[in-house]
Design a protein around this ligand. Structure first.
Ligand code: ZN
Length: 66
């Protein structure tokens, strides 16, 4: 069994699996050291999305530790 590590974009904190370019911001630097996440389903109505500056659906890390 192969474990795929989720990683978070250093720029916008979007969590992805095996993308090399962030689908949200186009960033190319990721870290696997992140903690907690929020799932944004309706970025236009979500207060969290607003506060975090998220404009698209997806999973976003709350904290990057490195
Ligand atoms: Zn990004």
């Amino acid at each position: 069994m192969v474990m795929v590590k989720e990683k978070a974009c250093r720029n916008c904190r979007m969590v992805v699996m095996d993308e090399t370019t962030c689908p949200n911001c186009g960033g190319t630097t990721f870290t696997t050291f992140w903690r907690g996440y929020v799932v944004i389903v309706d970025p236009e109505k979500s207060e969290i999305a607003n506060r975090m500056g998220i404009q698209r659906k997806g999973k976003f890390a709350l904290r990057l530790s490195r």
